[in-house]
Design a binder for this molecule. Sequence first.
Ligand code: AMP
Length: 681
Amino acid sequence: MEKEKIKALYFDKIAEINDYNKAYYDQDNPVISDYKYDRLKIEILNLEKKYKFLKSKLSPAKTVGYKVSGKFNKIKHKIPMLSLSNAFSENDIVDFLKKVRNFLKLNNDYKIDIIAEPKVDGISASLHYVNGQLKLGLSRGDGITGEDITLNLKTIRNIPARLRSSKFPDNIEIRGEVYISKKDFKNISNKFANPRNAAGGSLRQKDPFETKKIPLQFIAYGLGFVKEKSFKTQSEYLEQLKKWGFKVSQHLNVFTNIKDIMNNYIELENKRSEIEYDVDGIVYKINNLNFQKRLGYISNSPRWAIAHKFSSTKGISKILSIEIQVGRTGALTPVAKLQPVNVGGVIISNATLHNEDEIRRRDVREGDVVTIQRAGDVIPQIISVDISKRSPGSKKFIFPNKCPSCHLKVVKEFNSNTKKKDAITRCPDPNYSCQAILKEKLKHFVSKDALNIEGLGKKVIDNFWNKELIKYTYDIFNLDLNILKKFDGWGEKSIINLKNSINKSKKISLDRFIFSLGIRHIGQENAKVLAKYFQSVKKFFEICKKLNTDNKNYLNEFYSIDGIGISQIDYLKKFFLNKQNLIVVSNLINLLDIENYKLLVKKTPLSGKLIIFTGAFENNSRSELKVIAENLGAKILSNISKKTDFLVVGSQKPTTRKINEAKNLNVKILTEKDWNKIMNK
Ligand code: AMP
C-alpha cells in the first residue's frame, strides 16, 4: 500500500476511536461494545508498529480514553478531604460527645442527634456536579490535593452521570466510598490481597477500560462544598442523595444517647459478615449540619465526627524474636517479629509490645505462641500469650539498658504532669547524633504530612541510608540522583520521577515545614499554631534561636502563644540549642521555598489583633469563640503583654489576675456584650 493510503486509513481509524471515546467519556453514551472498541484499538496499535511513520497525538497508545494520558492531574480540593479520629471504646465515644457539648455550649438536657453510618472500607472519592452533570471526580490524595480520576469514576455504574430529579443545587460536591462487594471480590481475589486494595488499584488505573472490568461500586455519604442547600441535617442529605440516584447505606440510624449507640455498635458488629461490603467500624456524625459547621475541624479531622472501630480480626502466631526499635523521638519500642500470619486478609509479621513495663507485666517471651489482633490501620497488637505452649527453656525478656544504636544509657523521663516516671524508655541522644534517630527523622521528613516526597518512602530511605547517600534532611536536595543508575531497581524513569517529586516538595507551607523538623511535642497541631503566630520562617527561626539567650522576652513571647506550653518550649529550646540542628534548619531554609502562613485576605475588624479570652461565656463556649476569632484573622494568646489588643472577659469565673494585668498595661477589656457588638458588625 502506498504511504498516503496507509496514512488515510490510519487517520480514519483514529477519528473513529476518538468519536467512540467522546461518546463514552463525555456523553456517557457508549456507541460500540467493549469488544469492538478493543479490536479497533489493537488495529491502530498494529498499524503503528508496522509503519513507523504513523504518529498521532490521539493514538490510543498515548491517550487514556478521551483525554491525553500521563500522570493524573492534581487538583486542589475546595474543602480538604480529611480523615476521622478514631474511637475504640464506649469511653472514647462519651468523651467525643462531651467535647461536642462543651464546644457548642449545650446543656446536658439538650438532645444531640447523632447519625450512625457504617464505615465502608474502600477508597474515598469526591464528585463535582455542575447543573446536575458530573464534571469532575477526584481521589482523596493527600487530603489537600486530589487526583483527577473522572474517567475512571465514570465507569462505575452506580455513580449517576446526571443527578436525577429536577431539584438540585447548581454546584455540589458529593463524597463517598468506592468499593468492591465481597461477592464480586471472590472472582478477582487471586489478584489482590483484599477488596480495599482491589478498589484502590483499579481506581488509579491509567486505562479506564481496565477500571471498567473491575466491578467497582460507589456509596455516597458526604458533602463537600454546596451552593445553597435545601437540607438541614445529614439524614435529610442522605435522603436527598437517594433521590438523585445514589446508593446510600441501608444501615443508618439516628440516636440521642450512648446506650442506643453502643447497642447499635454491638448489633452491627454481629451483622458485619452479612453486609455486602467490608465495614471496619461505625462513623458517628452530629446530624445537624449547622452544628457541624460551627464545630469545624482540628488539624486532620472534623470535630463533628468520629469513627468507632470494630474490634479487629484475630490470628495466632509465634514470636520469632523481640527487637528493639528506636523511634524519631528516641523512644525504644519492643517489636515482636512474628511468623507471618494472615489476619483478615493482611499478612502480619510484626506486632508492637509497647514498652518495658508491658513486656514485664505480661511476661511475653521470644518463642511464645500468641494471639494477635489488628484493627484498621492500627499497628497489630499481642492480646494474649498461650503459656501452655511455652517451651521449658524459655527465658524472660531482658529490656536493654543501652540504646541499641548509639549505646548510650537509656532513660525514663519524669513527667511533670503525672508526677511519675514515663513508661517509655528513651535514648537521650543529647547531641542529636544517634544514627537510628537520624534515620527515623529522615523518614518523618519525607512522610505524607511533612514534605510528602513521593517515591521516597521508608524503604528507599533505609536503602539510601545504608549506602551512606544521605544523613541529614538537607542531603536529599543536594544528592546527585544520577548515582542511583548504578543500583538495582533504579531506571532512567524512576530517577526522573524522584527528581521531580523532590523538586516539587520544595514548595512547602510554613506549618508543614515546622512539623517536618520532627521536634518533640511539635506535632501537626502545634506546628500550625506556631506558623499562625510567626507567619514567616524567618521570624520563626530568628526567635527560636534566641530562646536560649538570657533575654527572657523571647521565652515569654512563646509562653503567650495560646496552645504552646512548657513541654513544647522545653523541646524547642533543646532543639535549637544544638549546633547541628541550626545548620539543618538554616540549610533547609536556603534550599526550600517556604511559604508564609496565609492569613485571611479579607480585612475584618479583628485582622491581626492579639486577643485573650478569660472565663466562661453565656452563649458560646470559649473554644468556639477562639475559633471564630481566628477565622476572622485574630491571633489568640494565653498571656497578657503590652502588645495585646483585647482581653475578652466572660461573665463566669474570669481570672482576676488577667483583668488586673490588662488594666495595668492599658489593654482594652471587652465584655461578652462588647464582643457580640463587634461580631454583629
Ligand atoms: P480513616 O482514613 O481511617 O481516617 O477514615 C476516614 C475515612 O473513612 C474517610 O476518608 C472515608 O474514606 C471513610 N469512610 C467510610 N465510610 C464513611 C462514612 N459513612 N462517613 C465518613 N467517612 C467514611
